[in-house]
Design a protein around this ligand. Structure first.
Ligand code: ADP
Ligand code: ADP
Length: 228
């Protein structure tokens, strides 16, 4: 579903962020990218939705070279969740969530119904939270809205960059468990970036362990943890 073929990214200042990267994420698989800050995880992820272009090599999504795919169409088929979810501060939670359904051509009413469904899906009762503004939510609740929005277009692929990184450990564990349950149901093809090995192992079907600019190991949780 997602395939990297000998991908290298060098930034204009000469920094090589990733070098000769080749790996695949199967349909419905969740692969976590883990490693210390600056080892190339975010760069890898952003080449999937063309926020960053590779210097050489190819990235394929569903067999299509992303370099040959219209970025707008590409990003519609790829949900994106980042650490600090950017919600529109002067719109309610329901309206924030309805933005994508609206852009996709839904009527106001249809879009709000879809938004309510999505909020429900991520564990936010729309009747309680739909009318609130983003600054009236906890950090964990804001991340849930971020996940709801990323799922709005029902994309087959999800990119998640430290999605649970900005919340305290107790909330993080709850969000992780909720996300695992959701993923068991939705079976999205997911790349998830984290610097937390415990999170990587808990969430990933497979874990890509990054060293500087390359993947040093790509394996199932038990193998990464060193079990026989
Ligand atoms: P990670 O996500 O693992 O923290 P990044 O992919 O963000 O790593 O960064 C990989 C390397 O590329 C780091 O050395 C980082 O400083 C560098 N880098 C990232 N973005 C840029 C940029 N726009 N220009 C130059 N160097 C960059
Ligand atoms: P994000 O904040 O979503 O992780 P950014 O594109 O802001 O992604 O940057 C990714 C990483 O690359 C960050 O760690 C950032 O500090 C680093 N970075 C961004 N621009 C540069 C740059 N010009 N030189 C070195 N590192 C950079």
């Amino acid at each position: 579903m997602i395939r990297f073929e000998q991908v290298t990214k060098r930034y204009p200042d000469g920094t090589t962020a990733v070098e000769d990267l080749s790996f695949e994420v199967a349909e419905g698989e969740l692969v976590t990218l883990v490693g210390p800050s600056g080892c190339g995880k975010t760069t890898t992820m952003k080449m999937v939705n063309r926020l960053i272009e590779p210097t050489s090599g190819r990235v394929l999504v569903n067999g299509e070279d992303v370099a040959a795919t219209d970025p707008v169409r590409l990003r519609r088929s790829i949900g994106y969740v980042i650490q600090q979810v950017g919600l529109l501060p002067h719109r309610t939670v329901l309206d924030n969530t309805a933005t994508v359904p609206r852009l996709l051509g839904g009527t106001r009413r249809q879009s709000r119904e879809r938004a309510a469904e999505l909020l429900d899906l991520v564990g936010l009762d729309p009747a309680v939270y739909g009318g609130r503004y983003p600054d009236q939510l906890s950090g964990g609740q804001r991340q849930r809205v971020g996940v709801a929005r990323a799922l709005a277009a029902d994309p087959p692929v999800l990119l998640m960059d430290e999605p649970f990184g900005a919340v305290d450990p107790v909330v993080r564990e709850r969000l992780q468990n909720e996300f695992l349950a959701l993923q068991a149901e939705l079976r999205k093809t997911v790349l998830l970036v984290t610097h937390d090995l415990e999170e990587a192992v808990r969430l990933g079907d497979r874990i890509a362990v990054y060293g500087h600019g390359r993947i040093e190991q790509l394996d199932a949780p038990a193998a990464v943890l060193g079990a026989p």
